[in-house]
Every structure is written in C-alpha cells, then in structure tokens.
Design a protein around this ligand. Structure first.
Ligand SMILES: Cc1ncc(COP(=O)(O)O)c(C=O)c1O
Length: 459
C-alpha cells in the first residue's frame, strides 16, 4: 500500500470491527479506542496515513524508533533477497548478516565489543542483567554481586526484571511485588530536581546519592548500574555533562559494571550515533533496539565489552558459555535489514542531521515560551520534551485533561505528539522523537501546530 492508495471506508470499518472483536491492545483503554480509532494503512518519510486517507506528521517515529523514516523500499528488497538466501537458522550456528551486524556495531562502539542478539529492548536489558550476574559469578565467586542500581522514573522495558529496574510506579503497581534486588536512586531531572537544588551549585547531589547507595548496600553486592544516557520516557532529561563520567567513575572504583540503555538514544537520535558517546564513557554492557532496524524488523542486541565477553570463554566442560538462548536471536532477515538500515544512517549522516534539525526544532519550540504554559523545552538532537505548567514560577503541572486537549488539537491538525509516561510526576510533558529525515518545513509545521493548540487552550 502506498500513500496514493484511495481511502476505502468499507474496508476500514471492517478492520475496526475485526480488531475490536479480537485484539487486546497494549496500554490503551479499549473503551477509548472505540471512540478514537486509527487504522494506519501506509507511511512515507515522516508521514503516516490512516485508511480513511487522513495524513499525520509522526512526531514520535512510531514508538521512538523509525529513525530512517517510513517507506524505504530498498529494505523490502534486502529482506526479500535474504529470505530467499536463508530465512532463519538458530544462532548457535553462524550466519553472514548477523556476523556483519555485530562487526558493524563493534565498529560504531569504537571496537572491543561482542554482540548477543535478542528481539526487543526489554530483552536486551534483561539479557544484560543476566550477563552481569553470570560474569560476577565467574569473576568473584566468593562475593556474589547481584544487585542492580537504577534510577527512579527510568524505563528499561516491560518484562518483570526490566520493570523492577524501571522507576515508574504506575507501570509497576499492577504487577508488584517486584524483585527486590533492583535498588533505585535519584534521577537527574534538573528541571524538577529531586533534591530541589540547582545545577551547578547542587554539586551533582544525584551522583553522590548513587555512591551513598552503593556504600549503604555494600559494594560487594552490587553487580551493575543501569542508566539511559538521556532519560526519555520521563519527558526527556538531559543530565549535566559530568553526570555519566562521574557514574562511570563510581563503577570503576567499586568494580561495578556500567550498563547503558541505548534503546531510544541509539542510532543517531541525539546527534551522535549513541547517547553515551556525548560523554566519553566506555560502558561494559550496552542495550540497543528500536533504531537498529528503524522498525523495519524486530531486532535488538546486548553489546558487551570484551572484558566481559572474555569471562565467558573456556573449555566446554567449564560451563562458562552464555547460559541463555532465544529462538529468534541473530535472525538472518532482521540482521540483513539492520545492516542496510545502519548503512543508510551513515551514508545520509542522519546523526548529524538529528543534531542540526534538533537544534532547529528546539529553537522553534523555544519561541513558544510566549505562552505562559510552556515551562521547559529540553532535549538533545531530535529527542525533545516540552513541559507544560500552569505558571512558570511555581512549575505547577498543567492538569492532565489540558495536556490531552493540546495533544488532541494537534492530532486533529495532523501532527502527532507523544506524552511522557512518568505517571503523576511527568505526564504533563509532551515529547517529540520524529524520524531523523524530518525536514525544516515539517519542523515548522510542528511548532506552528503546537502554537495554535496552546492559543486554543487559552491559558
Ligand atoms: C529506554 C528504553 N529501554 C527499553 C525499552 C524496552 O524496549 P521494547 O519495548 O522494545 O521491549 C524501551 C521502550 O520504549 C525504552 O524506552
């Protein structure tokens, strides 16, 4: 189907009925879906099209992932060719596309890494936790390091352990109690500092909180610290430049692995190929997903430093091999698509483009400070948050229905915004994470649409 396909109301109505009768959708209330359906039938560049013919500028690149934009027919060709050559064989054997992709990732990380393939960002982090646990069992048999330190309001996935690592109460509460070995520390959200301090006089109280927690827990029990370099789900939080290097220092001092979640930050999104590359750190475990295929195939990976990888080497009888397996890991078709997707990102210099367009879009959004409800505009590259407040001095959050009204106005005007998923604390923040191929004219349209929505809100 392409954008030129004519709308087909009867076919659309049939799809809606079939869906409502049979599908259980993630995280949306079906009663709301009945009223506000979208049946996405096609997409091109940064634009998606409903089966009724309505087009939307997709300010969220799907679910933070379609980095190279929609409708790249050459990826269909790559998938087609690879399927004919070899569709699938378990990754206990080798295949060409997965080997190529691992080499590509190793090069992008600066060398010295091996890659374990999985299928989603959650699984990439989960595999990382397991690799860290196994590593420490090998390397420090007398003093087992099993705890994970993570941040309040972080999001690392939807499985039970990634939820436990996450720090969003509303995502966890239905499934509690959680694994108690995930210990939460203060998040580096400067606009709403958990210590009510201001940078730089805060002297990075959030980092001190991490070190204090490590000491209180007993460093010999802590296996890893997981961080998303630029927190996204919480409404985009760019930490001070020293934050990640200081976290790395704590890891090195206490023998803790640094696990970086690049699921959203990765593949050019923030203006560099990976978020942590803004901060000159060298993580031990890196989870990648989403932009690795730009959504053209499900694929994700856990990339580990060779120091960690080497711990898994030995004779078969030693039992040091990675003690996990998944059916689709290293899938030949997904890997072939990922390889070409990353080549496109490099050929079209999309990380640089994210830096350039991100600045352009953020500059445009900052003109909206003329609306009293715009409390903060923040981000890096094309990962942007716009926090809405009732007044700037008190930073009181704009009530949920008003935030929803702004989003609904924009959607009706054909522009899709996201909304932070931090529950009570941050859900007054609109998010933008568009395809990295977004044009200046499209950036202008986002700003102009939000301007009109805020005017219509009249607050
Ligand atoms: C930072 C981060 N980590 C992990 C995940 C989980 O990825 P997935 O939904 O592919 O399991 C997400 C999903 O949005 C994410 O934002």
């Amino acid at each position: 189907m392409s954008l030129t396909n004519a709308p087909d109301p009867a076919a659309r109505a049939a799809i809606v009925q079939q869906d409502l009768d049979n599908v259980l959708h993630p995280i949306v209330q079906h009663r709301a879906l009945e009223k506000s359906q979208m049946v996405i039938a096609g997409a091109q560049g940064s634009t998606i099209r409903d089966a009724d013919g309505t087009e939307y500028l997709d300010g969220m690149a799907g679910l933070w992932c379609v980095n190279i934009g929609y409708g790249r027919t050459e990826l269909a060709q790559v998938a087609h060719d690879q399927m004919l050559q070899l569709s699938y064989f378990p990754h206990t054997a080798m295949n060409e596309p997965a080997a190529k992709l691992a080499a590509q990732l190793n090069g992008l990380m600066g060398g010295g890494y091996h890659t374990y393939f999985v299928n989603s960002g959650s699984e990439a982090n989960e595999a990382g936790f397991k690799i860290a646990r196994q590593y420490h069992k090998h390397e420090s048999p007398g003093s087992y390091r099993y705890k994970v330190i993570s941040r309040h309001y972080g999001y690392h996935g939807t499985t039970m352990t990634t939820l436990a690592a996450g720090g969003m109460g509303d995502r966890k509460s239905k499934f509690e109690p959680m694994d108690g070995n995930f210990i939460h520390v203060a998040q580096p959200t400067c606009y709403r500092c958990p210590f009510k301090l201001e940078y730089p006089t805060c002297e990075l109280a959030c980092v001190k909180n991490i070190e204090n927690t490590v000491q209180a827990e007993g460093p010999e029990s802590v296996g890893e610290i997981i961080v998303e370099p630029i927190m996204s789900g919480v409404g985009i939080a760019v930490p001070p430049d020293e934050y990640l290097p200081e976290v790395e220092k704590i890891c090195r001092e206490y023998g803790i692995l640094l696990h970086v979640d690049e699921v959203i930050n990765g593949f050019g999104r923030t203006g560099k190929m990976f978020g942590h590359q803004h901060y000159n750190v060298s993580p031990d475990i890196i989870a990648v997903a989403k932009g690795i295929t730009s959504g053209y195939m499900p694929m994700a990976a856990t990339v580990v430093k060779n120091d960690v990888f080497n711990s898994f080497l030995g004779e078969v009888a030693d039992g040091r091999q990675v003690m996990q397996v998944n059916t689709w890991g290293g899938h030949a078709v997904a890997a072939a698509v990922a390889v070409r997707n990353i080549e496109i990102q490099l050929e079209e210099k999309l990380a640089d483009r994210a830096a350039e367009m991100g600045k352009y879009l953020q500059d445009g959004l900052r003109t909206l400070f003329r609306h009293g409800v715009v409390g903060d505009v923040r981000g890096k590259g094309l990962l942007i948050g716009i926090e809405l407040v009732t007044d700037r001095a008190s930073k009181t959050q704009l009530p949920g229905p008003d935030v929803q009204a702004v989003m609904d106005f924009c959607r009706k005007a054909g522009v899709i915004f996201g909304r932070a998923g931090g529950g009570r604390m941050y859900s007054n923040t609109l998010t933008l994470c568009p395809p990295l191929v977004i044009t200046r004219a499209e950036c202008d349209r986002i700003v102009e649409t939000l301007d009109r929505a805020l005017t219509a809100l009249g607050k």
